[in-house]
Structure formats: C-alpha cells, structure tokens
Design a protein around this ligand. Structure first.
Ligand SMILES: CC(=O)SCCNC(=O)CCNC(=O)[C@H](O)C(C)(C)COP(=O)(O)OP(=O)(O)OC[C@H]1O[C@@H](n2cnc3c(N)ncnc32)[C@H](O)[C@@H]1OP(=O)(O)O
Length: 398
C-alpha cells in the first residue's frame, strides 16, 4: 500500500534469500532481463548488495564488485564496479535509488574505495549522484572481406579455438596474465566472471573463444557469437597483451568463412583498427556511446594518484553535496595534486571532475557546457595538465 510519507532506507543484504529477492527486483526493474540460471550468491560479492526499502518492503537494489581501476600514470586504485541498480516500477520516483546510491557511496568510502564507476542504462540518471562520463566507446561494423591489414602489421601468432571445457578458465587466465594497464582498465572479480559466464551460457549459447599465442603463455583472446542474421558475428570481448596479439586476433576474425560483417560492441575511441587497414572504409561507426561513468569517492586520494603534464598549475575548487570531505580546493601541477587553502581558479562539481579525471572529457568541453566557473582563461592550462596519451577505455561490461 502506498504511503507518501514513507522515507526510503537502504541496508546491506546478507542471506541467500535476500540476495535472490534483490536479483528478482532488479530483473523486474530492468524489463526483459531473464531469470538468473544459478543462485544469486554465485554472482554477488558478499556484503556488496544493498536492498532499498519503503514501508519495510524490499523494492530496490544496488550492488558492486570490488576491483581496481587503472588511472593516468598507471596507478591501480581501489574501485567499486557498481551494477544491478533497480527499483520496482511500482515504487520509482520516491527516492529509493537515491537512498541506495548514498548508502553504497558511504560504505565504499569506509572500505577505502577511491573511485566508483558504472554503465548507465539511461543517460539522465547518474549525474545527480556525482557520476560523470569519463570514457566513451565506438560501436563499429567491419566489412570483413574488405578489411585487409597493412603488410607491416604483425600478428603472426597462431590462433586456436578454445575447447568448451577450457574456454572460461582460459579467458580468465589470459586476462589476469595480461593484467590490463591501459587507462580505464579494471580487474575482474570471481563474481564478475561467474556472472558473465552464466549470462553468456544462458543467452549466447553459440559463442566461440579463440586464443592466440603458445599454450600456457597465450597473449590474447576473443569471444564472439553469431549475430541475428547468419552473416555477422558480434565481438563480445577482445583482450590482447600487445599489438601483435591484437593483429593476430583481428586477422582471424576477418578471415572466417561465411562471415560478412564483424561487429565490435566496444572499441576505444583511439583504437588503431582503421589505421591498421590498407583501406579504412570497411570500418563503419554504428554509434559512439558513453562507457565509463565515474564517481570520485575520495577526491584527494584520486587527484593525488594520477599524473599530470605540462608546466602550468591550477587551483581547482570541487563542490560535492554528498561527500563533505571531497569539497575544497586542490593545487594541481605536473608535480602532483594536494589540498590547498588558496582561492580556486576553476570550480566544478564532483561529477564534472569525474568526467575529466581520466582525460576522456576535456575542460574545454566542460566550459562549453557551462560546467566550469571561475577564471576560464585557465581552461587550456587545465587541459594541458589533465591530457593523456590514450583515450580512456575499460572494455569490461558489468
Ligand atoms: C548501473 C545500472 O545498473 S544501470 C541500470 C539502471 N536501472 C534501470 O534503468 C532499471 C529501470 N529503472 C529503475 O529501476 C529506476 O527508475 C532507477 C533505479 C533508474 C531510479 O530509481 P528511483 O527510485 O525512481 O530514483 P529516485 O526516486 O531516487 O530518483 C532520484 C532522482 O533521479 C530522477 N530519476 C530517476 N530515474 C530517472 C530516469 N530514468 N531518468 C531521469 N531521471 C530519473 C528522479 O526524478 C529524481 O530526480 P530529483 O533528484 O531531481 O528529484
């Protein structure tokens, strides 16, 4: 029964029954998600699933995986991969998601998490909770027959198909051996792997895993599945230790008989694919979408952990309406970032700072959007400081 006066609350769920109930809430909220073909405990990190309550009834949920994220300069920071946020359609717009996000943020801070990221179902939801778009991906279709790699491209390593029994342990072993170090990469937890495997087995039974490199020392893999029509494949996951391994996997994908189109569901915006081809026109952008929504959970720690470039210095003022210790001024130069009592040159809210943190959104773009105030003549200096040599990219969906 609806009671408009009810105040939403959130708490950590512990028992298997509570976790099942939370998954059911998420399944109903995310219209169309099939039931989980295994106990929810298999995909839920203990202590990381929150329940949202109204009138004592479980009506919402939010969960996370504990991993690390790579930030500019290569540091790996404690990270919460936020996932499965949902509120029953009968109880939306009454503050349940806000209660969940705030409880999750407080808990993450207490555990020493520095950054939280998520993948948003809709673009209009998460900025209010302090998340900004820090990285974007390209979805692209490649006409396989016309995709010819340049003669100078490597990729001589042999590619073999993983046997069904080894496919999942092998993907994980290769990912962990590579230990991705690009800006935006994250580690993948036990529960993430369990969840991914269950979903793929449930929905994409015809998936194939191909690996390259010598057995026991593989340097990359690609997992793909046939698309709806019979002449296309979707690349779900492609991980390579280096350019050579990546080229070997691409060469394989473009040479599969009967496959006219290879669809990539997530390429970094500066992926070298086009440039590797003799003719780049077989690559067509289907869309560019937000990938990494980033929330700075601990602003001083996050700012201190990444590197900066150039010779300038700016004092950035940060506004954070939820996490009071994040608010304040930070002196940022190539020698580092630290809190200061100086007057800020540029002022942003924590979501805008999250957007520029990995270098995937620029201060100039924020300024054009009216999201920076202060002495805007220092925007180019801020951009020089925050510039990175590669576009942020995660490549892990959660
Ligand atoms: C990381 C992920 O898991 S992505 C998947 C997210 N889940 C879904 O999309 C499933 C379907 N949707 C839902 O379950 C819910 O609508 C949620 C979780 C998105 C929001 O839950 P609610 O409890 O309705 O949000 P809540 O009442 O706390 O709203 C907070 C604010 O967000 C706004 N808001 C909530 N959902 C939306 C939306 N879909 N679009 C725009 N604004 C929204 C509310 O209007 C409110 O605004 P205000 O702060 O200006 O008052």
């Amino acid at each position: 029964m609806r009671s408009d006066a009810a105040t939403p609350s959130a708490r950590i769920l512990e028992t298997p029954e509570e976790l099942e109930a939370a998954f059911d809430v998420f399944r109903i909220a995310l219209v169309g998600l099939p039931p989980l073909p295994a106990p929810a405990t298999e995909i839920s990190e203990p202590g990381r699933t929150f329940g949202g309550y109204l009138d004592g009834e479980l009506v919402g949920t939010a969960a996370s995986y504990t991993t690390h994220v790579v930030v500019p300069g290569g540091a790996r920071l404690p990270h919460a991969a936020v996932t499965r946020v949902g509120v029953l359609p009968t109880h939306t717009r009454r503050g349940v998601a806000r209660a969940l996000m705030n409880a999750q943020l407080t808990d993450a801070r207490e555990r020493g998490v520095v950054i939280a990221t998520l993948r948003a179902a809709e673009g209009g939801i998460y900025e209010r909770y302090g998340y900004g778009v820090a990285g974007r991906i390209e979805l692209a279709s490649v006409a396989a027959r016309r995709a010819v790699l340049r003669p100078g491209v490597g990729g001589g390593a042999a590619v073999r198909l993983a046997r069904p029994a080894e496919a999942w342990p092998l993907q994980r072993a290769v990912y962990e051996r590579i230990d991705p170090s690009w800006t935006g990469a994250i580690s993948r937890s036990d529960e993430w792997w369990a969840g991914r495997r269950l979903r793929v087995l449930d929905q994409k039974q015809q998936y194939v895993v191909a690996v390259c490199g010598p057995p026991g020392a593989e340097t990359g893999y690609v997992r793909y599945h046939p698309a709806g029509d019979e002449e296309s494949i979707h690349v779900d996951d492609l991980v390579a230790a280096d350019d050579d391994a990546r080229a070997a996997l691409l060469r394989y994908l473009f040479s599969i008989d009967l496959v006219e189109t290879v669809k990539f569901d997530a390429l970094a915006l500066d992926d070298p694919l086009r440039v590797m081809l003799v003719d780049e026109r077989p690559v067509r952008t289907d869309s560019i979408e937000d990938e990494i929504w980033l929330r700075l959970v601990d602003v001083p720690a996050a700012l201190a952990a990444r590197t900066y470039r150039g010779s300038g210095a700016v004092v950035v003022g940060v506004v954070d309406g939820v996490v009071a210790p994040n608010a304040g001024s930070y002196w940022i130069s190539a020698s580092g970032a630290k809190p200061t009592t100086a007057e800020p040159h540029l002022v942003v809210d924590v979501a805008a700072l999250g957007a520029v943190y990995l270098g995937g959104t620029t201060w100039r773009q924020l300024a054009a959007a009216g999201r920076v105030t202060g002495d805007l003549s220092l925007v180019p200096a801020a951009d020089e400081l925050f510039a990175t040599s590669s576009a942020p990219f995660c490549g892990t969906f959660f």
